[in-house]
Ligand binder design. Structure first.
Ligand code: FAD
Length: 386
């Protein structure tokens, strides 16, 4: 009995009761507060700003952040469960929009002053303010070391000129954690500045129309002699590149989790449909080709999720996982590409129709192997480390 018990505990090594209780209440929250409205928000291209506050009050936004920042310290799996349950809304756009803070505020939490945490982190975790991350520029996103937005010191301020594009939650963000060039060319001339939206010279020039993630706003932002106080510099001048690279690890894990959930939901939809839909006098699941598709989906998802969890556990334990998190993101995206493609195939014409979840999952999935570092950039990282 004892040994069976300890085996069970070993088997459940990543999660405990707290995680499952949290998952349950997060699922209820999503069912009540998000799911019924997702169709409408997807069509209108945004979710209500009030949702930030609701999710903040529920406690999801603050998970994994220090108490002094208004967060709830927790291990990495509580955060992962939060993302997984948000994805259960069926809208990666809502998940990405609400999750933008998880790429925007970690550099402030890690390297900011107490005053910066008070001003730029606390209200965001409470859902009272919206934060976005600004790295990508119209001239390129992969070559981060080559960003062109400049911040030139002038007295107590920096004068910022340039622009950012594809910024998640950019149209509604109150503050942008923004990569700027404060030094010479290359990686060593980059700093992180928090730029507030009401700063003169800051403008949102465009809300972009996208293939997927419809419920999340994605924007272009311009700086025209934007006067930013020097006290908004995060950490030391010209140390931004390392902070950006450090920040990417969390984003890549987050995207791997989103890909795994995208695949999981597409698979669940496919199983249901394959049992209901008939062709040639029998359910689709009666054809071996369909059953094998479903078996492949299940196998790939299981392998990807387990690998992602393993990498997450090691990150949580402080083990360097730069190579592995890149592998996990690429593997999860390859799986979600394949699974969403096959799910639409199983649905036939209906899989191409709006109103079917697999159609949205197929569209929403496409960005996952581009955002947070493309599949090719992940391979560059992996190839340097093997
Ligand atoms: C919906 C959405 C939301 C986003 N949210 C944000 C956000 O919140 N903040 C933010 O800063 N950015 C955001 N991005 C930007 C995203 O991170 C970039 O799109 C991504 O990093 C790729 O940059 P790029 O689009 O400029 O492509 P490019 O860098 O121009 O790359 C184009 C192609 O060339 C390939 N390539 C480039 N360099 C190499 C190389 N060395 N070897 C091999 N192939 C290479 C790429 O893999 C890609 O296939 C978002 C993008 C989208 C679409």
């Amino acid at each position: 009995m004892d040994s069976a018990f300890s085996k069970k505990n070993k088997y459940q090594e990543y999660f405990g009761k707290t995680h499952e209780m949290f998952r349950k209440s997060a699922r209820e929250f999503v069912k009540k507060e998000i799911l019924p409205y997702v169709e409408e928000w997807e069509e209108t291209g945004e979710f209500p700003i009030e949702l930030y506050k609701k999710v903040g009050d529920f406690g999801v936004l603050g998970i994994g952040y220090p108490e002094e920042c208004g967060g709830t310290p927790a291990d990495i799996f509580l955060k992962i469960f939060g993302v997984e349950e948000m994805m259960r809304s069926g809208s990666a756009g809502v998940t990405a929009g609400l999750g933008a803070l998880d790429i925007a505020i970690p550099p402030i939490v890690r390297h900011g002053t107490d005053e910066q945490k008070e001003k730029f982190v606390k209200p965001v975790l409470a859902g009272e303010k919206i934060a976005a991350l600004g790295i990508t520029e119209p001239s390129g996103g992969s070559d981060v070391a080559n960003i062109k937005t400049t911040a030139v010191p002038e007295g107590d301020h920096y004068i910022v000129n340039g622009g950012k594009t594809f910024i998640t939650s950019g149209a509604r963000a109150d503050q942008l954690t923004c990569a700027v060039r404060t030094g010479g060319e290359g990686a060593h001339g980059i700093s992180f500045l928090v730029i507030e939206k009401d700063t003169p010279g800051y403008s949102v020039s465009k809300k972009l129309k996208k293939t997927g993630w419809w419920a999340s706003d994605t924007a272009e932002i311009y700086f025209d002699n934007c006067k930013v106080p020097k006290e908004n510099l995060i950490g030391e001048e010209n140390q931004g590149f390392c902070m950006i690279m450090e920040n990417f690890q969390g984003e890549r894990l987050h995207l791997a989790v989103m890909a795994n959930m995208t695949a999981q939901m597409a698979f669940e939809e496919s199983i249901k449909y394959a049992k209901e839909r008939e062709a040639f006098g029998k359910p689709l699941s009666g054809f071996q080709v369909t059953r094998h598709k479903l078996a492949d989906m299940a196998t790939l998802i299981e392998a990807s999720r387990e690998f992602t969890y393993r990498v997450a556990a090691k990150i949580d334990a402080g083990v360097d996982q730069i190579k592995e998190v890149s592998m996990a993101k690429n593997f999860a995206c390859t799986v979600s590409d394949r699974v969403t493609y096959d799910a639409v195939q199983i649905f036939g014409g209906y899989g191409f129709m709006r109103g079917y979840l697999v159609e949205r999952l197929y569209r929403d999935n496409r960005i996952l192997s581009i955002g947070g570092g493309t599949q090719e950039i992940m391979k560059e990282i992996i190839s340097k480390l093997i």
